[in-house]
Design a protein around this ligand. Structure first.
Ligand SMILES: O=P(O)(O)O[C@@H]1C[C@H](O)[C@@H](CO)O1
Length: 321
C-alpha cells in the first residue's frame, strides 16, 4: 500500500502491493523522480489494466486538449477512471477527462488516455510520462501522441494538422528530463538516441491518408517544441522558437515521446493547430491565445483527427494481420 505524497491514490484503493520510494525529510539528496515509479509499480498498474480489461493493447493513444473524442470511437470500451487506477495521477485540466479507455479500433486492440499529465500541473516529467511505460508493459508497440498547439510557421492555418517529424526539447535545454535519475535497463538504455524518433513510414502513410481524405492542403510535416506552460509564450519567445526551426508550440508530448523511444516504441505524433502564434508586436487582442479557443478548434476538427487516426490504425492492423 502506498502512503507517499507521490500518489494521487494514497490509500492504494485498488490494492497495489508495491510501496513507492518517497523522499523523507532526513534524505540529504531528494529521491530522484524516476524512483517514484519503479518497474514493479508500473508492472502492477499494467497488470491492473490488462486483467481488468482482458486485453493486451498494441496501440496506445494520448488524446490532446479537446481531442478526447479519439477515445470515444473505441469499440467495446473498458473504462478506467484515473482515480480508480492504483498509483495513477489525476487530470486537472479542462478538456482532459481523466480516464483510460481500452478496446478495439479498426480491428486493433488499443488503449487511449483521455487526459494527459502536464508539467505545469505540478507533476514531475517522469510522472507526466509514466503512463507511457504502463502502456509498454501492457503490450503497446505503437504510441500515437496528439496535442493542441500554436502554429508558429506562417504557412499554418487554424485547424491544420502538423505531423511531427522532430522536436526541440526546451525543458531538456533547461536540464529537465523524464529519464532523469537512475536508469532501469528493463525499460531502456541509459543514453537513448533520439534521431529518427518519429516513425517515417507512419508519417508517409498519414500523408497518403490525408490525400485520400481530401485534406492534403491542411496537412504539414514539422517540428514541435514543448515549453513548460501554463502561460502562453511571449512574442520574443515565439520569434526565438521560429529562428530555431520550430513550427508549432505546445506544453506536452515531448517527454512522452522521449519515454516511448527509451523503451523502443514506434511513435506517431501530430499537433492540431488551434491558434496562430504572433511573431510580431501588435495591439490586436486576437493575437492572444486562450484555452477556450483551443478547445473550440479541437472540437471542430475532431472528426478529421479521428478519421486520420482510425485509418492509420487500420493500416497498421492490416499490415500485421
Ligand atoms: O495536452 P495538450 O498539449 O494538447 O494541451 C495544450 C497545451 C495546454 O495544456 C493547453 C493550452 O491551451 O492545450
Amino acid at each position: 500500500m502506498c502512503n507517499t505524497d507521490c500518489c494521487s491514490n494514497p490509500k492504494g484503493k485498488a490494492g497495489t502491493k508495491t510501496a513507492i520510494n518517497s523522499t523523507n525529510s532526513s534524505d540529504i539528496i531528494p529521491t530522484p523522480e524516476s524512483l517514484l515509479y519503479p518497474y514493479e509499480v508500473i508492472e502492477e498498474i499494467a497488470d491492473f489494466i490488462t486483467k481488468g480489461s482482458g486485453m493486451r493493447p498494441k496501440i496506445g493513444i494520448i488524446c490532446g486538449s479537446g481531442l478526447g473524442s479519439l477515445a470515444d470511437i473505441i469499440q467495446d470500451p473498458k473504462i478506467f477512471e484515473y482515480e480508480k487506477i492504483p498509483n495513477f495521477p489525476v487530470s486537472t485540466v479542462e478538456g482532459h477527462a481523466g480516464r483510460l479507455v481500452v478496446g478495439t479500433l479498426e480491428g486493433a486492440t488499443v488503449m487511449a488516455m483521455q487526459g494527459r499529465f502536464h508539467f505545469y500541473e505540478g507533476y514531475p516529467l517522469a510522472k507526466c510520462s509514466m503512463p507511457v511505460r504502463v502502456m509498454k508493459l501492457c503490450g503497446v508497440e505503437y504510441l500515437f501522441a496528439t496535442n493542441a498547439a500554436g502554429g508558429i510557421n506562417p504557412r499554418f492555418a487554424v485547424g491544420d494538422i502538423m505531423l511531427m517529424h522532430d522536436h526541440v526539447n526546451m525543458l531538456g535545454f533547461a536540464g529537465n528530463s523524464p529519464l532523469q535519475g537512475p536508469n532501469d535497463p528493463r525499460f531502456g538504455p541509459r543514453f537513448p538516441a533520439l534521431v529518427n524518433s518519429y516513425n517515417k513510414d507512419l508519417i508517409n502513410k498519414a500523408i497518403e491518408i490525408g490525400k485520400a481524405m481530401g485534406i492534403e492542403s491542411n496537412i504539414h510535416v514539422g517540428v514541435y517544441s514543448c515549453l513548460g506552460g501554463p502561460n502562453y509564450e511571449t512574442i520574443a519567445e515565439l520569434k526565438a522558437l521560429r529562428m530555431m526551426g520550430v513550427d508549432a508550440v505546445g506544453m506536452s508530448t515531448v517527454h512522452e515521446v522521449i519515454t516511448a523511444r527509451h523503451c523502443d516504441m514506434k511513435v506517431f505524433a501530430f499537433s492540431l493547430i488551434t491558434n496562430k502564434c504572433a511573431t510580431e508586436y501588435s495591439d490586436k487582442k486576437d493575437d492572444e491565445a486562450n484555452h477556450d479557443e483551443v478547445m473550440a478548434v479541437a472540437k471542430n476538427r475532431q472528426k478529421a483527427c479521428c478519421e486520420l487516426v482510425s485509418r492509420l490504425i487500420r493500416e497498421i492492423h492490416m499490415a500485421s494481420a
